[in-house]
Design a protein around this ligand. Structure first.
Ligand code: HPA
Length: 272
């Protein structure tokens, strides 16, 4: 079955099963899935129940869609995303974004845990994503283009919607939650980077590095969704501190800052 057919199946299933009309889509990264637990009147749909949907495999990623209300806004959250390094095609990695668009979502908040490349960052910092660098070596829009979805050559000069970025800054000031700003570099993983790669990424203008987000944001922009990106700096990138990088550190840091992260995102959602 083609990815488009899978998408249609998933869309049909969700439309039959759910009458809610989410306006905001939340893609929750490693350790950040707790936000979905704050959703009221929640309807939970495990990925394995959705025809055509891949199932998520990483520890710390649950694998379900959660529909409901967050701070007065109708939302749908992906608790667990699909990563390219798991072996899924770019089309499958980004299928949930297309699905969100097809059920009426207008804006997506894409979150991730990322390594700090900028040496002024500390583990536990939150970063509003200003822009990204695609280092995946591929692009989810490669292949025939469906003109009904979007243009062949999408403009990426404002990939992260400036008005949403401004809302993020306002919330940061009002709630007194310090938030950094910067450029997210997306790599395939699953290895963490070498120290030489991190020096290169810093020279290229990267502030944070991770293994997700870029494909989803490309597809979101292609289909006309507004985008807000938030990284949780879960560790300093390779070679900055003299210590090995581990998934445990990533999970520990996201756990430590989760209450700040939750307050920050909930207040943003209230304003969308
Ligand atoms: N590198 C790549 N991906 C990551 C990192 C990192 O240091 N931390 C969390 N995700």
């Amino acid at each position: 079955m083609s990815t488009l057919e899978k998408l249609k199946q998933a869309e049909k299933y969700l439309k039959e099963k759910i009458s809610r009309k989410p306006k905001v889509g939340l893609i929750l990264g490693s350790g950040l899935g707790v936000l979905a637990d704050e959703i009221s009147e929640a309807i939970v749909i495990p990925y394995q129940d959705i025809p055509g949907f891949p199932t998520s495999t990483v520890a710390g990623h649950k694998g379900q869609l959660v529909f409901g209300n967050l701070e007065g806004t109708e939302v749908v959250a992906m608790q667990g995303r699909f990563h390219y390094y798991e072996g899924y095609s770019m089309e499958l990695v980004t299928m949930p974004v297309r699905l969100m668009k097809s059920i009426g979502v207008e804006s997506v908040i894409v979150t991730n845990a990322a390594g700090g490349v900028n040496e002024a960052f500390k583990p536990g910092d939150l970063m509003l994503i200003q822009d990204h660098i695609n280092m995946f070596g591929t692009n989810p829009l490669i292949g025939p283009n469906d003109e009904e979805v979007g243009v062949r050559f999408p403009d990426m000069s404002k990939a992260y919607t400036p008005e949403l970025f401004e809302i993020g800054k306002e919330v940061s000031n009002e709630l007194r939650i310090p938030v950094k700003e910067g450029v997210y570099v997306g790599n395939t993983g699953p290895t963490y980077e070498t120290p030489a790669e991190i020096r290169m990424l810093r020279t290229l203008g990267g502030d944070a590095v991770g293994m997700s987000t870029v494909p989803e944001v490309i597809v979101a922009r292609h289909s006309g969704l507004k985008v807000l990106g938030i990284s949780c700096i879960s560790n300093m990138a390779a070679g900055i501190l003299d210590q090995p990088l581990t998934h445990e550190e990533v999970m520990e840091t996201t756990e430590r800052v989760k209450s700040q992260f939750l307050s920050f995102v909930k207040e943003i959602v209230k304003r969308l």
